[in-house]
Design a protein around this ligand. Structure first.
Ligand code: THU
Length: 137
């Protein structure tokens, strides 16, 4: 996929709209995310923080878990939008969760003003540990 695909633009707008729902009481860093399924459905999420900091959940994982909980595991692409000059990539935990559902996912990161960076998950998480590794015990 490419950042100019209408589906990616739709995801970007949906993810950006989700920033207003971010609960980022501690970091002040709102993040919005969207995931696209093979069937063309889009699921969204925002980051949700907690006074017990470690319980914070990223926007990407919230979007992915929405898709999974509603029966859509065929994730094709992930979009993350942050309020930064340059785009920021997904954290390590989110990379691992994306890997669970699609090691070939396309990832698009948007900052302010639609500056975009595109990655494959393989670039962000080479030599990933995944479901296939559990068979070798
Ligand atoms: N965060 C995300 O939601 N996604 C990312 O890709 C990076 C970080 C959140 C976690 C925390 O609420 C805030 O951004 C600062 O780290």
């Amino acid at each position: 996929m490419s950042p100019t695909d209408p589906e990616v633009e739709k995801m970007r707008d949906a993810a950006r709209a989700m920033m207003k729902n971010a609960y980022c009481a501690y970091s002040g860093f709102p993040v919005g995310a969207a995931v696209l399924t093979d069937g063309g459905k889009i699921f969204v999420g925002s980051n949700v923080e907690n006074a017990s900091y470690g319980l914070t959940m990223c926007a990407e994982r919230n979007a992915i878990f929405q898709a999974i909980a509603q029966g859509h595991r065929d994730l094709k692409a992930v979009v993350v939008v942050t309020p930064t000059e340059t785009p920021t990539p997904p954290c390590g935990a989110c990379r691992q969760v994306i890997n669970e559902f699609n090691p070939d996912a396309d990832i698009f990161c948007f900052g302010k003003k639609d500056v975009v960076q595109q990655f494959t998950l393989a670039e962000l998480l080479p030599h990933a540990f995944g479901p296939q590794d559990l068979g070798g015990k």
